[in-house]
Each structure stands twice: as structure tokens, then as C-alpha cells.
Design a protein around this ligand. Sequence first.
Ligand code: TRP
Length: 372
Amino acid sequence: MTEQFVDPYEVKGKIDYNRLIKEFGLQKIDKKLLQRIQKHTGELHPMLKREIFFAHRDLNWILDEYEKGNPFFLYTGCGPSGPIHIGHLFVWYFTKWLQDKFDVELYFQFTDDEKFLYKNKSYEEIQTWLEENMLDVIAVGFNPKKTHFIIDTKHAALLYPHAIQVAKKITFSTIKSTFGFNDSTNIGSIFFTSMQTVPSFLPSVLKGKNIPCLIPHAVDQDPHFRITRDILPKLSYYKPASIQSTFLPPLTGNEGKMSSSEAAKGILTTDTPAEIKNKINKYAFSGGKATLEEHRKKGGDPEVDIPFQYLRYLFEESDEKLAQLEKDYKSGKLLSGEMKKYAIEKITDFILKHQERRKKAKDLLPKFILKV
Ligand code: TRP
């Protein structure tokens, strides 16, 4: 088995999230915090109840400030290096829920610089993915009046003066130990964390007062924001808070995360119903037993069953239905082919709706780009 490894540039192995909480120094989202969130949101998002968003930093402080009448802004982002898959989507749909429930501003960063620097891809190709990926973010349904896209290479004049403030406070040694860099790493990559830090205080700059920041993200981004949290008080800004998710597993099984560089491992927002069906049927790791007889007798394992896991992450909103699927699978009443069929239906339905909104996204784009 591959040893667990998590940083922004690589996720490997079967992840033990409790171990990650300890190693990264995160707080678990517990019952008490869930109740506190629910006081404001009325209901809890399934991704909170299901512990998909499982950890945080300073979320209690964010709620303290909110309750005092000092609302936060949300900050999240996307590195445009390939097509958007469902492993990106679930974080953004959750972010939309937060935006709607708390009625707050969202700053959404596109790190085209990062992907150019880290990936073996041309600048032109990254720009094409940037255009494509922005349409997917719009298709999620964020409030155009309260959502602001920051594109690193396009907003460079705005970001750069702040990025150098950050960069001056980070040593090479910190970057090396955080990201495992060495003497062959290109120098753009070494600088990059400064760029990802800027949106966590840019609204404070623009509005001329300190505003709390909450960053929803998958837990692999935490190393960047650990550095951010060290630096911001030195620049007289608040440390950003975060709410962090587990990884949606790749089609092939419960290790690592879905990735845009391996097409066979992901379900894309641009897939046709036939492609979705084919990918699930052909690649999705099943927790079912080898023979029908054995499955009926011993039951399947929803924990490792990819179709079930996708339903759990994003595509089955009803907790009752999910619990029923789990129970029937474990008892052997529900077969793995039936689980796949149901997942295909739910995923297809969701993706088709997303695609409908995506078609209209281009016209909305100017509304989303941050104006300064
Ligand atoms: N580095 C992220 C990626 O590769 C993109 C990103 C930028 C981001 N800012 C963020 C992700 C804030 C989460 C939160 O995808």
C-alpha cells in the first residue's frame, strides 16, 4: 500500500484524516460547532453532516465576529490546468451554499501563474483552461453581484504590490520545508505562495478595513494557508480561517484524489451521459462481492464502493435515501450493478443541469471579473 502523503502538489495513499488533523494541526468539526453553524443556516449541508467538510481553523472566531455584526468574506480558487471534474465541483457547490446562507462576498482566485509554473504545459494551453474553468465556476450558480474573480496574470498590477509584501516575510527555507523544494525547483514556484496569500487580505485593502476571511478548500491546500496565517498578523491583517474537505476519490478506488491529468480517473463537467455511464461501468471500483451468491450472502462494502461514495459526496442529497442505499448494500439486498445504475442516473442528472447553466455562462463572465 502507498504511504499517505498530502501537499498541494501531490496526494498519495489511503488517507487517514484523523492523522492528518494531528499532522497539520487542524481542528475537527465537532457536534457543538455544527450546532453553532446550524443556528445561522437553519439546516446543515449534507457535506457537513457526512463529515466531508471535516476540519477547520478558527471557524469559531469567524462565527464570533459574524454574531457581533462583523461578517466575513469567502475566498476559494482554482488552478486552471485541465478540465473540471466532480472532485473540484463539490467544494464549489458547498461554497455556494455558504455564500447563500451567510449572504457574503466571495473572492475566487484563478492561479494561471501557478499552473504554468508547476505543470509541463504552455502558457497558451493554461489560458485555454482558464477560459473553460471560469465557465464551470459560473455554472455553479454563485451570486454575480457578490462574486469576484481574480485572475493572477490579469490582475497582476493589483496583486503584485501585495504579493511582494508577503514574499518579503517568507524565507526560502520555509518554502523548501513546506513543499519539499530543492535547488532544481524553478524560482517562480518558490514565489507562488505569496500570490495565493493575497486574496485572503485583498478585500481588507480594497475596503480600507480589516475583514475576516473564511477559506473553503480541500485539505491539500492547507500548507499554503499555514504560511499565510503566519504572515498576515505581521502585515496587520487577520489570520484567515478555513473549512477543509476530504478528497473525492478517483474512479479507480479509495486512494489519492481525483485528478485532471488522468482522464480515466475522473468524471468531467463536459462528459456526455454516455461517457458518464461508460466511465462508471468500466472504471468505478466496486465494493461488491465477486459473485452474486456471495454478495447476497455477505453484502457489499459501501466504504470502498466508488459509486456509493460519489452519491455520498455530492449526488444524493437525501440522507434517508443514502442511509437506505448503505443498509441495502451491506445486507446484500442491493447489488453493485444496481448501485452503479442509480449513481449513473443521479450523476447524469446533476451534470446535465450544470451543463445547461454552463452554456449561459459566457455572457455572465464580465459580471464576475473583479473590477478595480
Ligand atoms: N492552488 C489551488 C489549486 O491548485 C487554487 C487556489 C488558489 C485555491 N487559491 C485558492 C484553492 C484558495 C482553494 C482556496 O487548485
